[in-house]
Design a protein around this ligand. Structure first.
Ligand code: UDP
Ligand code: MN
Length: 393
């Protein structure tokens, strides 16, 4: 049902007030149910807070456990119909309109500068908010539960290039799971817009920084496009991060075990503070491999405690078809050995990249970026161009 926001105050203001109310609750002692109490005036209308409980983060009713996944090839249209049901057409129209407005407003006509997107959302997307199966939906794949106050705002960042056959499959499986988990969540597909070697970690930095233009996320889940969780009790909230979400997966390589105990790849979660405390992710890993190990070392050095649940709840299925791994980085070993002196100067502190192109899709916000090599001055000389031969999946 299409229901425009009825309050005079802006969508963003209501979100801010709502967040304040939830933050106040979170600071209460664990176990003590805290009254939300009188909430500010702005917190009414479609985002009414006073009558809603905080969304639970454990014993969530409706989680069914292991699901039978459908990993067969699908189209974006089918995935959209699966998620939006009869509202799919209306959603597509709203997304188209939101993009048109976004295009017009993205560049400030007076200064020529790029406007900040959070401002644009405030101006643009208020009338586009739609009520879809107990969630408010905004174009670009942003979801907020309507029946309870979301405990966490989660940004799912998918490092991406040319894996379009995987994308609808993973989204079609993840969105219903996150809805059942009663999280506020958004999907960002961070796309490398060039033919350089793939740089997963640098895309993660871009995704982190750019997503914060939309709203102030509590945590970030870095999600490979080919990994699908099998159990909806694998909770994607921010409470036990840094977290490695994958205990095992069904690739031939892994044979239902993690490849090695210190593996910190595929699906990981970090809070905003976690990411800042490790200076984000290294920008120097071009090609497959090594970056996930360095991120693990950075996390350990920052004395952050990683959690990983073992057992069937954290098992993943991997979408296999057409899976060709990226070319390997030959220098990953050499780079890894220099991580300590690079950590402080290679990451969020030195990243530069051209302004990305945003494109709101029905299920996600595409952030397309032409990333370039960043030179790190830390004494070492790295050959960062050489390659192993094409690796196999
Ligand atoms: N990826 C991508 N395009 C590429 C290479 C990698 O989108 O050309 C992203 C995608 O999210 C993928 C992740 O990076 O799941 C890790 O790459 P890949 O799956 O090839 O690594 P592997 O599973 O072989 O270790
Ligand atoms: Mn993979």
């Amino acid at each position: 049902m299409f229901e425009p926001a009825i309050d005079q105050s802006s969508f963003k203001m209501q979100m801010v007030e709502l967040d304040k109310a939830v933050a106040k609750y979170r600071t209460g002692k664990k176990g003590q149910e805290q009254e939300i109490g009188a909430l500010p005036q702005a917190c009414h209308g479609p985002f009414s807070c006073t009558t809603k409980p905080i969304c639970p983060d454990s014993d969530i009713p409706g989680l069914v456990g292991q699901r039978k996944l459908n990993l067969s090839e699908t189209t974006t249209d089918h995935a959209e119909e699966h998620i939006f049901g009869p509202s799919a057409g209306k959603v597509r129209t709203a997304v188209k309109r939101a993009n048109e407005i976004l295009l017009k407003k993205l560049v400030d006509p007076k200064t020529g500068n790029i406007n900040h997107v959070d401002w644009l959302f405030d101006q643009v997307l208020d009338p586009e908010a739609m009520n879809i199966s107990n969630y408010w939906y905004l174009p670009g794949g942003h979801w907020k539960p309507t029946n309870c106050l979301p405990r966490w705002k989660v940004a799912i960042l998918i490092p991406f290039r040319d894996r379009f056959h995987h994308l609808p499959i993973v989204l079609q499986n993840l969105i219903p799971m996150l809805q059942k988990q009663l999280l506020e969540f958004s999907f960002f597909v961070v796309e490398q817009a060039n033919q350089e070697l793939f740089n997963r970690a640098m895309l993660m930095n871009v995704g982190f920084l750019e997503s914060l233009n939309f709203t102030d996320y509590d945590c970030f889940i870095i999600h490979d496009v080919d990994h699908v969780p099998v159990d909806d009790r694998n909770y994607y909230g921010c409470s036990s991060m840094p977290r490695h979400f994958v205990s095992s997966s069904d690739t031939d390589r892994w044979n239902n075990t993690p490849p090695y105990d210190a593996f910190f790849g595929a699906v990981t979660g970090l809070t905003k503070a976690n990411i800042r405390s490790i200076n984000g992710f290294p920008n120097v890993y071009w090609g497959w491999g090594g970056e996930d190990d360095e991120i693990l070392y950075r996390v350990i050095d920052a004395r952050l405690k990683i959690t990983r649940d073992k057992g069937p709840i954290t098992h993943y299925n991997v979408i296999k078809h057409h899976h060709i791994s990226a070319q390997k980085s030959k220098d990953r070993g050499a780079l890894l050995s220099t991580y300590k002196r690079r950590t402080g100067m290679d990451g969020l502190s030195d990243i530069v990249y051209p302004t990305p192109v945003y494109d709101l899709h029905t299920l996600y916000t595409n952030v397309s970026v032409d990333i370039k090599r960043v030179k790190v001055k830390c004494g070492g000389v790295f050959k960062i161009h050489s390659l192993d031969s094409q690796s196999k999946a």
